[in-house]
Design a protein. Sequence first.
Lengths: 322, 288
Amino acid sequence: MAIKNNKFVLEFEKPVVELENKIAEMREYAMSTGLELEDDIKRLEKKAKQLRKEIYSNLTRWQRVQLARHPLRPYTLDYINKMCQYFEELHGDRRFADDPAIVAGLAKLDQYSVVIVGQQKGRDTKDKLYRNFGMPNPEGYRKALRVMELGAKFGKPIITLIDTPGAYPGIGAEERGQAEAIAYNLYAMSHMPVPIINVIIGEGASGGALGIGVGDRILMMENTWYSVISPEGCAAILWRDAAAAPTAAEAMKVTAEDLQKLDIIDEVIPEPEGGAHHNPDEAIATVKKVILKHLEELMQIPPQELVEQRIKKYEKMGAWTE
Amino acid sequence: MDWFKRKKETLKPTDKKEIPDGLWIKCENCGEIIYKKELEKKYYVCPKCDYHFRIGYDIYVSILFDEGTFEEFNQNIKSTDPLNFKDSKKYSDKYKATVKKTGINEAVITGVGRIEKHQVVMALMDFRFLGGSMGSVVGEKISRAIDKAMELKCPLIILSSSGGARMHEGILSLMQLAKTSAKLARLSQQGLPYISLLTNPTTGGTTASYAMLGDVHIAEPGALIGFAGPRVIKQTIGQDLPPGFQRSEFVQEHGFIDVIVHRHELKQRIAGILDFFAHKNNSRAESA
């Protein structure tokens, strides 16, 4: 086990990382000096295992939000590259521009040819700026629509991977109709006659997420969040203090577990211990397996019935009494 | 040298634009003092500067519908506070207090009536109720209004007056965007017209769903219409916003509003559009 860089360690993970680093140090020491430390190391490893279990099985909502935003977490293109045998990215909305905050294209997912769209975040500063931090402009939503319509036209199922801190709030975005672009996607996705599977793989911030998030199955990874506004945004408005974000995350009930209880999502996809970034290959393989399972089910349903069921699914959403 | 000083524009309050009691009312835009009775007669439009005051659903009903024809339905659908939400106050308490204070049950009122004899189903949002925010009840009432329009085979009008989705219901509020949009797609497939009427303000999730999905988009002059609020945009880009940004005229210039209609002409212009959709062109076979 290599010593971990503390740069990307979250506050609540520190005790476990410190212990893991200590074990790694002891191993190195034992190797270089030839001292017999195996018993001590075993004891510490047992302790570390227990500590990991304690910390990661009792995550607060805010801690999950932090995991969803973890800089080492796999992003959309990581999923596409690992899951698909073939991917041809298609660029541009044929109206205005190509938005790098959304990737879209043709893919092979085992035996299925599908179209995939998803928000893409960047890793380093340059890449982050290029991807606009995963915050799409209207042309991004229109590109997504174009490629999804292409899927619908040729009977290809649609997979959307959702990971965005929100639709971009800028002057140009407003001028080019951010609201209209999102609204029209909801409208169009509601009756596309092919299976649509939405997977929240990171952040699901409001309309920016929903703009590619209407479908027959809504799946969420274990350490992701999805809500009507970001915890910071909610805190700034209702608590008049963005620092109240952890409280807002609790109040809004933003996690996968919450959304399953509220009957919004269909399945929670488990992640490796500590979050998807602890073992990206395993996380991506699990996501793929779950997508394929749902795809197989949905492929059995005739297109008209599929649309009918989808509209009924959304009709039921909400809580009211009369 | 006082005359040399730049005249600073007075700060305009953006919240709490309810019409205060009293005989005289000051225009929020030009400062004109207006006799309340006169303002009422002018449908709450400033006689001097044409500023459109924010008004409640009941006044719109009286402006738009043929007298006594509007019948509300589904008025008893209420929120259940599904998240048990609490900030400084409990959402359930705030909700009850709002019902009591405003005398209305939710941020949207739905019903059926006649506009120049045309039967229409209409949903009217009301900003007085928690900023016209869209939660489960708003979504459900609009969804049922769409069903009603399909049942009666008549046009639908939705008047928006809303700051966006209701945070207190979290993800459930967000899903109302998808729900209402899906239902509008169904209405459209039935060939029934839908007019979206955008008033001050129409922002956030309301704009990103039904407000932007009309066959015809009508806005009142000077209404704030957009996705993100001006404050958020200003914070994000760290610059001042251009004058008139996100107002009806700006949004029309950029191609998202069909017509801007003065409140005094609203009924007549809507009736004209309803006439257009109701009119049947004789097919050649029939006229031959």
